[in-house]
Design a protein around this ligand. Structure first.
Ligand SMILES: Cc1cc2nc3c(=O)[nH]c(=O)nc-3n(C[C@H](O)[C@H](O)[C@H](O)COP(=O)(O)OP(=O)(O)OC[C@H]3O[C@@H](n4cnc5c(N)ncnc54)[C@H](O)[C@@H]3O)c2cc1C
Length: 452
């Protein structure tokens, strides 16, 4: 059936990806019903769930622009120019993310962003039903089993043109895996995370609010992203088990001691540290990979439901938004839902695999290598090479975060080649002045084709 005429489409999950996809579908003239397990966050206060604030970057921004809602999101954004690295002595050093004025990323509240998306979805004509949860897809009967949490009863929807955006724990994906319709793996990380608050001081941020703060400590790290109200959301990433782990931090004394030893500049800024630590849940993180995401024209998974990744590149939401833009494009280009779903999978699969790998690599970089002088020299050299060879050499972080026109897989592949070049050029160099730029030109021209 044509994907261009106005048809009924069901979106499961009114989170970030589901809401944006619903807006795009409604704007193409489809009749969109969106079902969300939780109550309406605009009317009831519900916990933000995973990650209170997020880093929004070019890919996410481009999708929000295509949907016509970037102007509503802009007032929610706080620019972050780089990583503010805190060493164990308390000294701070800003490492810029990019080298052009617009090469920044933005801290945004998940809840506020979701509210803007829900408002825009309703304005676009989306029929949103809160407290309705998908239970499972039943292929033998061609039905999607649903539950109305308000009235406490189950019902069914026809299993056709369902967009599954129900997040990393997706009930839809799990039912597809159980029915052997979609093979998938879920690799949980041995590290978890805990979110804490650094409150505002007299209404102002206690530390610089134009950076993403990182306290890298080898096997673990603390990060902080600013909020508009002057507070920071602080996240500890730490192994679940072991000597220094969530399992070992079970009392006020142990938490205070841990922070005093590893992050001595932090406790004075977080008066509720130990109480919050013991009260807040420890989150899990992992990577989900599916062999494919669609079943005929019945159903397609997008966002975290299809390919959840670890948060260390700040790309899960950006990637999910990019999914929405790409699917919208595939629906316009193809003549049937099934062909559009297949085209979407072909475009996205290698890209989501690449960003999953880059996110895992970035964890090691953020918690460990950022403090290594050789790494810092290579970062400076990467900017220098970008200045000298802008059509061929762009630092990988910049390709991922600032260049929505460069696919993740190209950033990943070029990034590998660039890393080898950076290693060769800095093998015997202690500063940029020691680098052989003739050799750099030869290596770059031989190994890196111009960026198309
Ligand atoms: C600690 C942490 C930090 C992060 N930081 C960043 C960052 O800086 N930048 C970034 O880009 N990404 C970040 N991410 C990733 C980002 O949170 C996710 O990639 C993003 O939320 C994915 O959006 P989604 O809509 O696919 O899923 P979700 O946002 O999880 O939305 C899923 C929605 O579906 C609903 N739902 C669930 N089950 C059902 C059901 N059975 N029926 C109906 N509805 C259902 C949920 O209630 C929810 O509303 C971070 C993640 C974590 C854990």
């Amino acid at each position: 059936m044509s994907s261009k005429e106005g048809q009924t489409v069901v979106v499961i999950g009114a989170g970030l990806a589901g809401s944006l996809m619903a807006i795009l579908l409604a704007r193409r003239g489809h009749s969109v019903q969106m079902y969300e397990r939780l109550p309406d966050m605009r009317r009831e206060s519900i916990p933000a769930g995973r990650s209170i604030n997020l880093a929004l970057a070019a890919r996410g921004i481009r999708a929000l622009e295509v949907a016509g809602i970037m102007q509503d999101v802009e007032p929610l954004l706080l620019p972050m120019l780089g990583r503010m690295l805190h060493d164990p002595s308390g000294a701070q050093k800003l490492a810029s993310y990019g080298q052009r004025p617009d090469e920044v990323i933005y801290s945004v509240s998940r809840a506020e962003l979701n509210r803007v998306l829900l408002d825009a979805a309703e304005e676009a004509g989306v029929d949103i039903r809160f407290r309705h949860a998908a239970i499972a897809a039943d292929f033998s009967r061609g039905q999607l089993r649903m539950r109305d949490e308000e009235r406490q009863h189950n019902y069914e929807l026809p299993l056709t043109r369902i967009i599954g955006a129900d997040g990393g724990g997706s009930a839809l994906r799990r039912s597809l895996v159980a029915a052997e319709a979609i093979p998938a793996t879920e690799d949980l990380l041995a590290h978890g995370y805990k979110e804490l608050t650094m409150p505002a001081v007299a209404g102002k941020h206690a530390i610089a609010n134009n950076a993403l703060h990182i306290w890298p400590r080898g096997g673990f790290m603390l990060i902080a992203l600013p909020n508009l109200d002057g507070s920071f959301t602080v996240t500890l990433f730490l192994p679940h088990e072991g000597a220094e782990s969530f399992a070992s931090l079970v009392s006020t004394g142990k938490v205070d001691d841990f922070f005093r030893r590893h992050f001595p500049d932090v406790p004075a800024l977080m008066p509720q540290l130990a109480q919050e630590f013991l009260a807040h849940p420890t989150g899990i993180m992992g990577t989900i990979r599916c062999a494919h995401w669609s079943v005929g024209d019945r159903l397609l998974l997008i966002g975290d439901a299809a390919h959840a990744i670890t948060p260390f590149h700040g790309q899960g939401m950006n990637c999910a938004f990019e999914d929405c833009r790409e699917l919208d494009d595939c629906l316009v280009q193809r003549d049937s839902w099934q062909n559009a779903f297949i085209a979407f999978e072909r475009r996205r699969h290698a890209n989501t695999d690449a960003v999953a790998d880059m996110a895992l690599e970035n964890y090691v970089q953020m918690r460990d290598t950022v403090l290594d002088p050789k790494f810092q020299l290579q970062q400076s050299l990467a900017f220098e090479l970008e200045r000298r060879f802008p059509d061929r050499f762009i630092p990988r972080y910049s390709m991922v975060m600032f260049r929505a026109d460069i696919p993740y897989v190209a950033a990943f592949d070029r990034g590998r080649i660039q890393n080898a070049i950076l290693s060769e050029l800095t093998r015997d160099a202690a500063s940029l002045a020691d680098v052989d730029y003739d050799a750099a030109a030869r290596l770059i021209r031989a190994r890196l084709p111009p960026i198309s």
